[in-house]
Design a protein around this ligand. Structure first.
Ligand code: ADP
Length: 415
């Protein structure tokens, strides 16, 4: 449970904005897995979490956790429907199904059509389908999850929460690429940005920690997981972000290169005899920390190897931190001022070493690390990690599922 979320006590006056209390099923349906969680929207308590994974293969299984106990069922050959049916059966057995007030779906690409989470109607489904060309890998399984939930849980309100929606407030100067304008007009080529649910969640928590009024302040939020992106948030709104038309742009990530010279695609294709698609695939799956180190996409493994003097691991960490600091500083241009830099995601929440290097590189902005506070802010602990108070650096654990549950409960309650 997130440490910042205050439970709403029965009979207690609601803090604004009032959080409706109901259990929400949060569903994140991917190409071969479906993650689910039943979350109490007001307290954030997770009543059930689980994943139906390796779907479509002989090793398919349903793994879930309830009341601190882990369970696993083999579902050989199960497809998404069988996997989700088994998950719904678990909810039935635990008496949770009847308590559900709605289903919140993570939907990756809402294009320029969705600036907010929305109740799912046939028209919304049609619009998400119309964004498939922008999110060809993610939107089809997201839509499958919506259809299956409608089929398996008839009558329950369903809500779509988009990764891209938070960034729809970016001004044209931030989302327009300097390319032929017809590409935007005819093919929707522009910056959309991703990880919006996480950036929105940690920005709100950071505002609470800083004692700012809701929706105030100039923040740069850095979501550093396997995928990494950073966002400039002014007065609660995204004004620029590092990911672009696709999640390939921006920071160095686990296996993605982040921003590189686009001409290298044609150059490497010609030099190696591969197709441009094969080069792009390598930029997505064989680059980043993995490509730099030749060892792993996992930051923990690289830190261990670097501690033993492995030169490629050392280089990978150095490039990761340098590119990150450079792009974080660039985002301050969008804000004109920095109140706080916010770290989140597996690396941002746990690696005191990476935070130390990045804050060190950004010292010219006035950030000054507090090493003891930095060492303590790990494994889900939030807090300020700088001695400086203007600007500050904070660690804020993200909770995208909680944000999806909150949006869903609010829309179901008609707020
Ligand atoms: P995802 O984007 O898949 O949700 P996470 O947010 O869980 O990923 O982040 C995964 C990354 O976090 C990996 O690179 C992992 O090595 C890193 N990570 C997790 N714990 C630590 C730690 N204690 N120190 C350094 N890196 C960590």
């Amino acid at each position: 449970m997130n440490p910042f979320v205050l439970p709403v006590l029965p009979g207690a006056p609601c803090r604004a904005p009032c959080v409706p209390t109901m259990n929400i099923l949060v569903l994140n349906c991917g190409s071969s897995s479906a993650k689910f969680a039943v979350i109490d929207s007001a307290s954030g308590i997770e009543r059930l979490t689980g994943i139906a994974q390796r779907l479509g293969s002989p090793e398919a299984s349903l793994d879930y956790s309830h009341s601190g106990q882990k369970h696993s069922q083999n579902l050989p050959g199960a497809d998404h429907e069988r996997g989700l049916r088994a998950a719904v059966q678990v909810m039935d057995d635990l008496g949770l199904r009847q308590s559900l007030g709605g289903v919140g779906h993570r939907v990756v690409h809402g294009g320029a059509k969705f600036a907010h989470s929305t109740r799912i109607t046939p028209d919304v489904v049609a619009q998400v389908e119309a964004c498939i060309h922008l999110g060809p890998l993610h939107n089809p399984p997201n839509l499958l999850g919506i259809r299956l939930a409608q089929h398996l849980l008839p009558g329950l309100p369903q809500v779509a929460v988009f990764d891209t929606a938070f960034h729809q407030t970016m001004p044209a100067r931030a989302y327009t690429y300097p390319v032929p304008h017809q590409w935007l007009e005819q093919h929707d080529v522009r910056r959309y940005g991703f990880h919006g649910t996480s950036h929105r969640y940690v920005a709100q928590k950071a505002q609470e920690m800083l004692g700012f009024a809701a929706g105030q302040g100039c923040l740069v939020t850095a979501h550093l997981g396997n995928g990494c992106s950073a966002t400039a948030v002014r007065d609660g709104q995204s004004v620029d972000t590092t990911m672009g038309l696709t999640p390939l742009e921006g920071l160095v990530m686990g296996t993605r290169s982040g921003s590189v010279d686009p001409a290298l695609v044609g150059y490497v294709a010609r030099a190696t005899g591969q197709s441009a698609d094969a080069v792009l695939d390598a930029l997505n799956k064989k680059s980043g920390l993995l490509g730099l180190s030749g060892l792993s996409n996992d930051m923990r493994t690289l830190q261990e190897a670097a501690a033993q003097g492995n030169p490629r691991a050392l280089l990978a960490i150095e490039v990761f931190c340098y590119v990150l600091a450079k792009q974080l500083a660039g985002l301050v241009v969008a804000l004109g001022r920095l109140d706080a830099l916010v770290f989140t995601g597996g690396i941002g929440e746990n690696s005191a070493e990476i935070r130390e290097k990045v804050v060190g590189l950004l010292g010219f902005l006035g950030l000054q690390l507090d090493p003891a506070a930095n060492a303590q802010a790990v494994r889900g602990k939030a807090g300020r990690i700088t001695a400086s108070t203007a600007p500050q650096a904070l660690v804020v654990p993200t909770n995208e599922e909680r944000m999806i549950a909150l949006d869903t409960a609010s829309l179901v309650a008609g707020q």
